[in-house]
Design a protein. Structure first.
Length: 164
């Protein structure tokens, strides 16, 4: 397993994507009286010392509404010079791809758990990223997923960000 396919969890340790899906199913079915949100978000950090690269961290957050949650995260280092706009599109693409992969894994297991899926993007009305909000939102909504931006995009701007 290469590092880009490994997810980490303070609760469950190292897992591959099918392992994440299994743990999400267990978590949701352990307390079925709650509503659940499964939220995907990606954040990145550009590094400019020596060789330029960016760290991309994607998070899968399982929010047990009103009672906390768990999350899983993965990191990939990409050696490339990135503009801010390129990094934001790459973050959105990675979140979208991970969302599609998760849904496929749930369907493969025949156990699409009862949850609401969202994609959180680390963009907002106040920063440099405001010029591409409509494009990024359209890309994600056009793929069939609900999308949240700042200040409501905590999976990207808080959870994934803590690991970049």
């Amino acid at each position: 397993m290469d590092n880009t396919t490994i997810f980490y969890s303070a609760t469950f340790g190292e897992l591959d994507l099918p392992g994440v899906v299994g743990r999400v199913n267990q978590y949701i079915h352990s307390e079925p009286k709650y509503k659940y949100r499964v939220i995907i978000g990606t954040d990145s950090q550009d590094h400019q010392n020596g060789n330029r690269f960016a760290d991309f961290v994607s998070a899968v957050v399982v929010h047990r509404v009103g009672a906390g949650g768990v999350y899983f995260w993965q990191r990939e280092r990409v050696e490339k010079v990135w503009s801010l706009k390129e990094r934001i599109y790459e973050e959105a693409y990675r979140s979208l791809k991970l969302s599609q992969d998760l849904v496929a894994q749930f369907q493969k297991k025949g156990s699409l758990a009862d949850f609401h899926l969202e994609v959180h993007v680390d963009i907002g009305e106040k920063g440099e990223t405001r010029t591409i909000i409509n494009e990024v939102i359209g890309m994600i909504r056009g793929s069939g997923f609900e999308v949240k931006i700042k200040p409501d995009s905590f999976a990207a701007s808080k959870v994934a960000d803590r690991h970049t």
